[in-house]
Each structure stands twice: as structure tokens, then as C-alpha cells.
Design a protein around this ligand. Structure first.
Ligand SMILES: Nc1ncnc2c1ncn2[C@@H]1O[C@H](COP(=O)(O)OP(=O)(O)OP(=O)(O)O)[C@@H](O)[C@H]1O
Ligand SMILES: [Mg+2]
Length: 343
């Protein structure tokens, strides 16, 4: 059935759409909604559509005419440099075309992240696995030629590499558990100071080995936080380990906690080489490290801060890293106080 919409009706129709929409007639933008003007420019009505949506596949359909039924085109290059669009074109029956722009940027970015993640995870496991297979083969095939000391050395390499794989797999499992629980906000009232104490205690040996003192600066009478204590302990452990690992040996690591409005503000600060600003925003990406071989040799998987970020998000908290090259790094974590704990 062919019917013609009058101008008012058409305008009401496209204004009612949340996504950007335009009506094209004779290769010109005949009408646009507020979302389209926001995105493509306030004065697009009356303008040649080739200027408004400069994408070859879109233009081809809009200008050639004869679009018989709804068509979809994936496109980019307008409405922001990194945006990806699904352009839906549908004939209105009187030679006019309705064009809707569905934002696909986030879905695309998420898809890309999944692809990268699988590639990175496979790579992280493949490297130790190759070493492991190589040594195991040598031990089996040349057992007669290998003396006892060499054999022991090979076996300890096999053991180390297997442990590395185990750490990667455990961190991945941990990450996927946290993500699965993302929408259930923890409500237990938890004493943060107690968790800091536990974490400091378990890091003591590493601190002694590096000659670093662990300094606690905890405000008196902190209210409890609304938390999953196992996960918050994981956060503190991760941050203290990083501070010890990447801070300058012999310098102190300071853990502080204070009350700020309805949040408890915890910081873990080290003195060391710090992190250059171009790396800062990428540190919470899975497997991202500033210096991969150094992190690996220290036993790191590159998943620690990604786990921290997900845990803090699940707690509806905030997480920021502040760093000065040559001076050191301070990580801030803000966590909500447990319900009913503030007078
Ligand atoms: N306090 C810090 N000072 C300097 N660099 C840091 C600090 N914390 C983290 N980094 C850098 O950020 C990277 C990512 O940290 P993250 O905790 O995610 O991984 P990791 O420590 O390498 O491994 P994992 O924590 O999984 O054992 C580290 O490899 C390191 O390059
Ligand atoms: Mg770490």
C-alpha cells in the first residue's frame, strides 16, 4: 500500500524517534529530527545529502533512487571520528527515503575487545606452554645424556612455567566471576581496617625482601564499608603487591584510609619510577603492562588492575591512578560506606 504522509505527520514521526533520523527527497535533506541536527549540524535541511552523510555506500543508495524495500548499511566517517553506524534506509512510498542512524560504536568496541581478549589470553598461555613442552620433550628424549643438575634445573623451569599458566587461568576465572556478579552490589558491612591489616601482614615478607616498610595511616573510627570482603582483600593485595613490585626498593609503601562524605577513601602510594601518562589510561586493560618482560619476570599476569577495576565498579566505588614519572604512584579507591553506618 502506498500512502503519503503530510509534512506535520512526518515531522512528528521523526521527532518521536530517539535516534538521529532524516527524510531525503531528491538527494536533499527534506526533514531532520533534533537528534540528527545535533549530530550532523543545525542547518542540514535543504542541504545535499552527499555533504551530510559522506559515505560512498550510503550515498549510492540515497542518490541512485529505486530503493525498493528497507536496506541497511554499516558506515562511519560522520557524526564523530570514532563512531560506527548502522544506517537504515526505508522508502516512504512517495520517492522519499527515511534514513535512521543507529549508533553501533559501543557494540563494535565491545566486539573488538572480545576479539583482542581471546587473542591476548591465548598468547599469554601459549608462551609458557611452548617452553613447558620443549623442556618436557628434552627430558624425555635425552634423559640418558642429561646430568642430575641439568635435569633439576629443567624440572624447575617446567614447574615455574606451569605455575605461571595456573596464575593466568586463576586470574581469568576470578575476572569472569566478578563480571558475572557485576549487577549485584555487595551490602555486607565490612571493616576496611581489618582487611588492610590482613593484607599488610601477608605482604610483610615481600616488603622485607625489598627493604620496603609498609606504613598504615588509617583514620580512627572509620565506618564499615558495604563490601564483599574477599574481593576487597583481593584489591588491597593487588595494589600493595604492585607498589612493592614497581616501587623503588628501600622506600616505604603507604596505605591510608579516610572518610570523605559517604565514601571511604583508601590510597596505596609508592615512591618509584612512576608511570608515564600515555600508559595511565590503559593500565586497567586486560594483560596491559608498561614493561611486559619485567612484569613477567616478577610473576605478573597483567590482569591485576583489571580485576581491581571490575571489583571497584561492582561496589559502585571509584578508582583512579595518579602518577608522576620519577616520583611514584598513588592509587585511589573510594568505596561506599555501609547503609545506616553514618550518624
Ligand atoms: N605502583 C605502580 N608503579 C609503577 N607501575 C605500575 C604500578 N602498578 C602497576 N604498574 C604497571 O601497570 C601494569 C599493570 O599492572 P597489573 O597489576 O594489572 O599487572 P601486573 O602487576 O603486571 O600483574 P598481576 O597484578 O596480574 O600479577 C604493570 O605491569 C606495571 O607496568
Ligand atoms: Mg599487579
Amino acid at each position: 500500500m502506498i500512502f503519503t504522509l503530510n509534512r506535520d505527520k512526518s515531522r512528528r514521526l521523526i521527532e518521536g524517534l530517539t535516534e538521529a533520523a532524516i527524510i531525503v527527497r531528491g538527494a536533499t535533506v527534506a526533514m531532520s529530527n533534533a537528534a540528527a541536527r545535533n549530530l550532523l549540524g543545525v542547518a542540514i535541511e535543504g542541504v545535499d545529502v552527499r555533504q551530510v552523510l559522506p559515505h560512498p555506500a550510503v550515498i549510492e543508495r540515497l542518490v541512485r533512487g529505486g530503493v525498493a524495500g528497507p536496506e541497511e548499511v554499516e558506515a562511519a566517517g560522520f557524526g564523530g571520528s570514532r563512531r560506527q553506524w548502522l544506517v537504515r534506509i526505508a522508502p516512504l512510498g512517495d520517492g522519499a527515503l527515511m534514513v535512521r542512524l543507529i549508533d553501533r560504536s559501543e557494540a563494535r568496541a565491545a566486539e573488538q575487545m572480545r576479539v583482542d581478549f581471546v587473542a591476548n589470553a591465548s598468547h599469554e598461555l601459549r608462551t609458557p606452554l611452548s617452553t613447558l613442552i620443549g623442556y618436557a620433550e628434552t627430558l624425555r628424549e635425552r634423559s640418558g645424556e642429561i646430568d642430575g643438575d641439568t635435569r633439576d634445573r629443567f624440572l624447575s623451569i617446567v614447574h615455574e612455567e606451569a605455575q605461571r599458566m595456573q596464575r593466568v587461568v586463576e586470574d581469568l576465572i576470578s575476572l569472569s566471576r566478578i563480571e558475572a556478579e557485576k549487577f549485584t552490589t555487595p551490602t555486607d558491612a565490612v571493616d576496611l581496617e581489618q582487611l588492610i591489616d590482613i593484607s599488610v601482614e601477608s605482604a610483610r615478607r615481600m616488603g622485607e625482601e625489598r627493604g620496603s616498610q609498609l606504613v598504615r595511616e588509617i583514620e580512627a573510627d572509620l565506618p564499615p564499608i558495604a563490601a564483599d570482603s574477599v574481593q576487597i582483600l583481593q584489591v588491597i593485595d593487588n595494589l600493595i603487591t604492585n607498589a612493592l613490585r614497581y616501587g623503588e626498593p628501600g622506600t616505604p609503601v603507604t596505605i591510608s584510609a579516610t572518610l570523605e562524605d559517604a565514601m571511604v577513601h583508601m590510597t596505596v602510594a609508592d615512591r618509584g619510577e612512576g608511570i608515564a601518562s600515555e600508559h595511565l589510561h590503559r593500565l586497567t586493560e586486560r594483560f596491559y603492562r608498561v614493561d611486559t618482560s619485567r612484569s613477567r619476570s616478577l610473576g605478573g599476569t597483567g590482569l591485576g588492575l583489571s580485576i581491581v577495576k571490575h571489583i571497584v565498579e561492582r561496589h559502585r566505588g571509584r578508582f583512579t591512578i595518579e602518577s608522576q614519572v620519577g616520583k611514584g604512584t598513588t592509587v585511589h579507591v573510594l568505596l561506599p560506606v555501609a547503609a545506616g553506618s553514618l550518624s
